[in-house]
Write a protein that binds this ligand. Structure first.
Ligand code: HDD
Length: 756
């Protein structure tokens, strides 16, 4: 596109020389854009541009679009102004007494600009500082009125807008996405009866049982206070010191050391409300409930070596993945499932349902699918939406209520409290992303940054001057479930809370062999980073109560003898209902995704056999994958038959860990070129080591041979992820490749230490 003159360079610079121009920028030298703005130009980004948010979401699925419209701003065609709306004549130069003289205090334009800038940062979240979010909607499959009067579950097909923020826990706002960590999964439902926040994680249990220990846990895992090391990592003394002294954390540690803590994508992880909540129906009857989000794409993870390398290659890996998927119209989707159970069932379990370090195995209480959530729009503005969104477990609506989980009680206080300092006062609910769609009317008034202009004289209740308004909703409003309580006031815990190991063992025993090995590797790595051997030993002594297989292998990996097992807090033996729960393995949810949105590297170089490359590209795009031609340098690559291909990535700018699978091309000359480049070895080594699918076409078999890669594994099995084909049989090979990539990874090749 032809760019208008005003877009090619900063025409305002022309006004900077000489007294006359400085006093009054000459006509035609301001940057008022030619009208209409050049369409299709990537330099002009307006609200209508595909590069801002995701443009237009499907109609009727996103009510927050309208509610946020009143605060959306678009500078297209507007003159530059101060915050008071005063047009600014010169945005280049401060006001001076003479061109070489001192800058004047009088310059309110400069002072306003700098003052605002000085205050652009707000405190980051004390935990979950690093996150990414998107808009979408929840759609109920069927009415759940038998159990709850909550608005989103009133009828089949009911749509409730949502805003969802995913996060890591320990790292700071600018930390890497692929750290080993729990992931936050916070959903704000803008229901007809007010906002409901389901503030969960991608792991169904938690480290501690009582909110009293939360500040200790967070102080232990955050960078150590003397030197602020390490960032976004639990592999340090203070975390394991605390964890090893708190055996109640053992179950959660098993999850945190597993592949669950290394998701491939936010789109490919589960979410859990963690606590037992209550559902309350119109008649005031209550059942307990646990919330589960299951991703349509299945649950898939990275491996540790890959996660570490991705941190260097693209520390925005998960943020980018979510953004790009939504921009591409590949809207991520989760199914909401409920585990519903009664007081009587709860009494009968071998564990306490008020204990957040315990889950309810799906074999005991099945997960009932009740609806789906689709994320279909990226935020317009990261700060205004993702950073300022304020979640709180106490934001419940009629029909949803709390259990007596002591961790939940502490959370119900903490979240509102933290927003008051983070967002600068008690009116954070008026920030557009936090405002409910349901109308708000009460007698709360004033405070920092108050936006609402409440009319009238009345700000109290009861009143007669305001006709008694706003009036109480009575039984139509939120009514707490009248749970009977007849107890002494005490500090303490029920006995079942003291069983710290049964479910940790259940989790370990429910993993596949490869998953177990990754858990062992996780513990080995983290504990190897400790500088105080006694902590390592204490942790091992606790792991012996989980599984001797686990403890022995971790000890072996650390070059240690097994110590005495840690004395258990609970002396009596617990008989668990089940000893294996297949639902706890990541393999339980392979997903319907196939290869959709998977990134595939097709290595190319001059002399490549082009027809097979193009056939593969077409087949992969048709299957919904994202194939990229990766060459030693960006730009044009000439195939053996003279066809010119365009490399979309270079081996330098997009390293192998950013791809889910790889194709090595045919063509003698190209292979000879690739064989001389060190990057090629890196591509093959990393893809191989991370158990990804590799398709080796024709002459490229020399490349894998050179690396010592063998289709027969040391176990005698044939490697299912290593495919060889000739360019002539490309159609069949493409299908085989797609099938293998949809397996995500090939654990048969997973060796510790790695083969290559
Ligand atoms: Fe928390 C943020 C999830 C225990 C106190 N928490 C926060 C977020 C998530 C969770 C997803 C980020 C929300 C967002 O994206 O803005 N937290 C959990 C889960 C827990 C949990 C699943 C256990 C089941 N949290 C927990 C306890 C406390 C807190 C026990 C305090 C007693 N959490 C906070 C907080 C944060 C927070 C300090 C930091 C920023 C914020 O709330 O808005 O209030």
């Amino acid at each position: 596109n032809e760019l208008s003159a005003s877009m090619r360079y900063n025409v305002n610079k022309a006004a900077e020389h000489g007294r006359d121009n400085a006093v009054s920028p000459p006509q035609g030298m301001t940057s008022e854009p030619a009208s209409p703005i050049v369409t299709g130009s990537t330099l002009s980004e307006t609200n209508a541009s595909a590069k801002v948010g995701s443009g237009v979401p499907p109609i009727g699925t996103n009510a927050t679009i309208q509610s946020l419209d009143r605060v959306r701003a678009d500078a297209t065609g507007q003159v530059l102004t101060t915050n008071q709306g005063v047009p600014i004549g010169d945005n280049q130069n401060s006001l001076k007494a003479g061109l070489r003289g001192p800058t004047l205090m009088e310059d309110f334009i400069l002072r306003e600009k700098i003052t605002h800038f000085d205050h652009e940062r707000i405190p980051e979240r004390i935990v979950h500082a690093r996150g990414s979010a998107a808009h979408g909607y929840f759609e109920a499959y069927k009415p759940l009125t038998e159990y709850t009067r909550a608005a989103p579950f009133k009828e089949a097909g009911k749509i409730t807008p949502v805003f969802v923020r995913f996060s890591t826990v320990a790292g700071e706002r600018g930390s890497t996405d692929t750290a080993r960590d729990v992931r936050g999964f916070a959903v704000k439902f803008y229901t007809d009866e007010g906002n409901w926040d389901l503030v969960g994680n991608n792991i169904p249990v938690f480290f501690i049982q009582d909110a009293m220990k939360f500040p200790d846990l967070v102080h232990a895992v955050k960078p150590e206070p003397n030197n602020a090391i390490p960032q976004a990592a639990s592999a340090h003394d203070t975390f394991w010191d605390f964890a090893s002294l708190m055996p109640e954390s053992t179950h959660m540690l098993m999850w945190a050391m597993s592949d669950r803590a290394l998701p491939r994508s936010y789109r490919m992880m589960q979410g859990f409300g963690v606590h037992s909540f209550r559902l309350v129906n119109e008649a005031g009857q209550s059942v307990f409930c646990k919330f589960h989000w299951k991703p349509k794409l299945g649950t898939h993870s990275l491996v540790w070596d890959e996660a570490v390398k991705i941190s260097g290659a693209d520390s925005d890996f998960h943020r980018r993945d979510l953004w790009e998927a939504i921009e591409a119209g590949e809207y991520p989707e989760w199914e909401l499932g409920l585990q519903i159970f009664t007081e009587e069932q709860a009494e009968s379990f071998s564990f306490d349902i008020l204990d957040s370090t315990k889950l309810i195995p799906e074999e005991l209480v099945p997960v009932m699918p009740v609806g789906r959530m689709v994320l279909n729009r990226n935020p317009d503005n990261f700060f205004a939406e993702t950073e300022q969104v304020a979640f709180c477990t106490a934001h419940v609506v009629p029909g949803i209520d709390f259990s007596n989980d002591p961790l939940l009680a502490g959370r119900n206080h903490s979240y509102v409290d933290t927003q008051i300092s983070r967002l600068g006062g008690a009116n954070f609910h008026e920030i557009p992303i936090n405002t409910p769609i349901a109308p708000v009317a009460n007698n709360q008034r004033d405070g920092h940054h108050r936006q609402t202009i409440n009319r009238g004289r009345v700000a109290y209740e009861p009143n007669s001057l305001g006709g008694g308004c706003p009036f109480q909703a009575g039984m139509k409003g939120f009514v707490s479930f009248p749970e009977p309580i007849h107890e002494d006031k005490v500090r303490g815990k029920p006995e079942k809370f003291a069983d710290h190991y049964t479910q940790a063992t259940l989790f370990f025993n429910s993993q596949t062999e490869a998953e177990k090995q990754h858990i062992i590797g996780g513990f080995r790595f983290e504990l190897s980073k400790l500088t105080v051997p006694a902590i390592r030993e204490r942790m091992l002594s606790s792991l012996m109560n989980v599984s001797m297989e686990l403890a022995t292998e971790v000890a072996d990996g650390l070059g240690m003898e097994l110590p005495e097992a840690m004395p258990k807090a609970l002396q009596i033996d617990v008989t668990p209902e089940i000893t294996v729960s297949p639902a706890l393995s990541l393999t339980a949810l392979p997903g319907e995704g196939g290869v959709r949105t998977r990134k595939i590297a097709i290595l190319v170089a001059n002399g490549v056999e082009g027809t097979s490359v193009q056939a593969l590209q077409t087949a992969l795009v048709d299957a919904g994958a994202v194939p990229l031609l990766v060459a030693p340098r960006l730009g044009k690559v000439t195939a053996a038959d003279g066809t010119v291909l365009e490399a979309q990535a270079s081996m330098e700018n997009t390293p192998p860990v950013l791809f889910d699978a790889m194709v090595l091309p045919d063509g003698e000359d190209a292979v000879a070129l690739l064989a001389r480049i060190g990057y090629t070895d890196e591509f093959i080594k990393n893809q191989y080591r991370h158990c990804k699918t590799i398709l080796v076409l024709g002459a490229s078999s020399k490349l894998t041979e050179k690396m010592g890669i063998n289709p027969t594994l040391p176990t005698g099995e044939t490697d299912p992820g290593l495919l060889f084909a000739d360019a002539s049989g490309i159609d069949a090979a493409a299908q085989q490749f797609i099938d293998a990539v949809s397996q995500h990874r090939h654990p048969a090749r997973d060796m510790d230490p790695p083969l290559i």
